[in-house]
Design a protein around this ligand. Structure first.
Ligand code: AMP
Length: 144
């Protein structure tokens, strides 16, 4: 069984050691924009507790995280006038996982628009900041 690496990049984001474009935070979960978005508004949702992936996360932390996944999905659909949402979650290297802190990808989808390949589209800070502000506003509106 692989162990949780406390120095993975998302753990550093949670500790505030490296910056991110935050869209949501509560007691149990955290959401921020993916810096290499595969779709407009591509967001990552993570638990605050250390969990490597779907294979080791506690049921409680998983439930708390998936509630945030739903809220972010609803807000993203509204914020970007998306036609749908794709969720993805990769566990272990063979499963496509690159960062070893559990995360769900929330990918707003538009009719006829394919996802960009992973790790190819590096978004500017300015654009990410604009998208994060839109998402935060939509979250506040939906869950006021
Ligand atoms: P994966 O582990 O395959 O699910 O992918 C990890 C995701 O994290 C990729 O989509 C990366 O673009 C994204 N990513 C990597 N570093 C950062 C970062 N510092 N801030 C936001 N997203 C990141």
């Amino acid at each position: 069984m692989s162990v949780y690496d406390r120095d993975n990049i998302f753990a550093k984001i949670l500790r505030g050691e490296i910056p991110c474009h935050k869209v949501h935070e509560d007691e149990h979960s955290f959401a921020f924009l993916d810096i290499m978005p595969r779709a407009l508004g591509h967001t990552l949702v993570i638990p605050k507790v250390p969990a490597r992936n779907i294979l080791d996360v506690s049921p409680q932390a998983l439930c708390q995280t998936i509630l945030t996944v739903q809220r972010v999905s609803q807000a993203a659909k509204a914020a970007f006038a998306a036609d749908g949402i794709t969720l993805s979650q990769f566990s272990e290297q063979a499963g496509g996982q690159v960062v070893f802190h559990l995360h769900f990808h929330v990918l707003p989808r538009f009719d006829g628009v394919a996802l960009l390949p992973a790790h190819t589209n590096v978004e500017s800070n300015e654009t990410l900041a604009q998208k994060a502000a839109k998402l935060r506003a939509a979250l506040a509106e939906i869950h006021a």
